[in-house]
Unconditional design. Sequence first.
Length: 303
Amino acid sequence: MKRTLARWLDSDVGYSFRTSPVAIAAAVIALVCVFCSVFAGWVSPHNPFDLATLELGDARLPPAWSADGSTKYILGTDDQGRDILSAVIYGARISLIVGVVSVVLSVVVGVVLGLLAGFFGGWLDSFLMRVCDVMLSFPPILVALLIAGVGRALFPGAHESLAFGVLIISISLTGWVQYARTVRGSTLVERNKEYVQAARVTGVAPLRIMLRHVLPNVMGPVMVLATIQVATAIITEATLSFLGVGVPPTSPSLGTLISIGNQYLFSGEWWITVFPGLMLVLIALSVNLLGDWLRDALNPRLR
């Protein structure tokens, strides 16, 4: 493990990371957010979704540094007496899970379809690209809103896992298009190069050529796009949850917490919506900055 890390730090990408303060700061912020979200049960001071521990008498308490605040709740409480800090940590975990899983699903579908379209061409390429054109003609948030709303209407009493599945599919339905177009363009270039022609002449099967030769050489742009799309997927999930068609209210994400706090924003309880919003901004900003750095690090013209 140490040897692999040392080898990576000595590479061109590792050197670019070590000499970029913005990338280092973004990586630290992202790692802290991911760590707190994954180990929310140990990091958070309270369990905000345990109804037995909620105290309605502590509802809408301001942050601890305010005059009426309590050191028991550092960032204050919401309308149900839930600790804002703990709710933000647990909510970030839900947002990260939905964002990462939806991006992984989009990458798998988009890479497979883009690889097939670029390598074989012909009617398959034309058909898949026309499907991509149709998908791009609709706003992604509108498609996600439609699918999530239809799914919740068809399964009103469904289990939470099904609700999460519908939300992930609704975000992934438009996300795969960009990966398919990116991989298809790179595959069109790679399939005419000498190493691919040599593999064909020697009788290597097309599937093996795609997986062993073409796929590793088209994954660079996909990695950059996937990194940036994680932040987009998290914001999309927060938007859907804010509109009331996202994750179930019993497992609120950052978008749900912002929606709840928005009802009390103009009555003086600003902390209920501001701190979940800041967490969402930190996650999205850090991931976007990492994506920008990775794009520049993998660009040979900028080395």
